[in-house]
Design a protein around this ligand. Structure first.
Ligand SMILES: CC(C)(C)c1nc(N2CCN(c3ncccn3)CC2)c2cc(C(N)=O)c(N)nc2n1
Length: 332
């Protein structure tokens, strides 16, 4: 019915119903192959919501789907200080160095520890701050202490929740990345437009997040895997593995391949598994990350100025190098 026929309460109720429907259809769109509705139906409902919100500005809510689209052209990025520094990662390139790392931990702790093993996503690190379950700020890692405020750009990424499933006040960190297919499509489009192509998905993700025009960011199909809760709002979490499960429950996108390994043999199985699957993954990885699973032990082990003593990244050889080697073999 025409918006003029609504009372404010009716408009608000209808808008809330429309938001619920659009969010559900949006989720299906990203998670299922056959979206529930045709784009035209989605667009019609979206327009209904826009009209209602235009006629009754007081009913607009920050998490309304209409508030996600780009449109803000920023003049520059303000700086953000990370209260808890975003540390770097020690990295190793061989089995022997990983054995050394494990020995160092066992010597320090006095007994063998469980590790949580995760894929090392080849994207860029971001920080997200929530107050009472609402996203209030998103920023880049920067130099680990000072990053850039890219909240507007991050709000265009559908896998980043505007509102959490619980009204907690926390800071979380993770990786923002561009899936391989989105990267290939973008470079094809760049070529058609006679614009510079991106060297790899990580550069494309970084370039897309540092856009001053949020509409460009929105068009870039970025995604995220969140892996750390930096500040706990009395969440009952005692291990890294549980932290990632809690992040999923709160509404974040997390990487499903994490695995608890009781010793290095199990870590090697994981490494062999995912080195073999690397080309099939929908996103780029450049190694795996090994973390002491127990959070109290992490605290006990602490960190040096820049690097935690309780984690190590095992790096794979760069994929490009492998491609070159294959080409040489082929031509020989
Ligand atoms: C919380 C800790 C510090 C242990 C940590 N730090 C990470 N990183 C730090 C260094 N980073 C960095 N970035 C640029 C320059 C220097 N360091 C980039 C993220 C992690 C990155 C990934 C990933 N990529 O998938 C991951 N699964 N877990 C991480 N865990």
């Amino acid at each position: 019915k025409p918006t003029s026929k609504y009372s404010e309460q009716e408009a608000s109720d209808t808008a809330q119903q429309l938001r619920k429907t659009l969010n559900q259809w949006g989720k299906d769109y990203y998670t299922k192959d056959n979206p529930e509705v045709e784009d035209s139906v989605y667009d019609e409902k979206y327009r209904d919501l826009q009209e209602l919100e235009a006629a009754f500005p007081s009913i607009v809510t920050p998490e309304s789907i209409t508030q996600r689209v780009g449109g803000a052209v920023l003049s520059g990025f303000t700086k953000v200080r990370h209260e808890i520094p975003m540390l770097s990662m020690g990295d190793v390139f061989s089995k022997d160095e990983l054995v050394e790392f494990d020995n160092r931990i066992q010597k320090n702790v006095g007994y063998p520890v469980d590790y949580n093993v995760e894929l090392k996503i080849d994207g860029l690190a971001i920080s997200l701050v929530y107050e009472n379950g609402k996203l209030v700020r998103g920023s880049t890692r920067g130099d680990g202490t000072i990053g850039e405020d890219i909240t507007k750009n991050l709000q265009t990424i559908t896998s980043i929740p505007q509102t959490l499933t619980k009204p907690v006040s926390i800071e979380v960190r993770g990786e923002c990345y561009m899936p391989k297919q989105a990267f290939a499509d973008l470079n094809k489009q760049q070529e058609e437009r006679g614009e510079a192509v991106f060297a790899n998905p990580r550069n494309a993700a970084a370039g897309s997040l540092r856009q001053l025009d949020t509409r460009v960011t929105k068009a870039r199909k970025l995604d995220t895997f969140i892996y750390t809760i930096s500040t706990f709002d009395n969440l009952q979490v005692t291990t890294q593995h549980e932290a990632i499960e809690t992040l999923e429950e709160l509404g974040f996108n997390t990487n499903p391949t994490q695995r608890i390994c009781r010793n290095l043999d199990e870590v090697w199985e994981y490494i062999d598994d995912y080195q073999a699957q690397r080309d099939q993954l929908a996103y780029g990885i450049d190694g795996i990350v090994l973390k002491v699973n127990d959070l109290d032990l992490q605290g006990q082990l602490g960190h040096t100025v820049k690097v935690p003593r309780w984690e190590i990244a095992y790096k794979f050889p760069p994929e490009e190098a492998l491609t070159v080697i294959r080409e040489i073999e082929w031509t020989v």
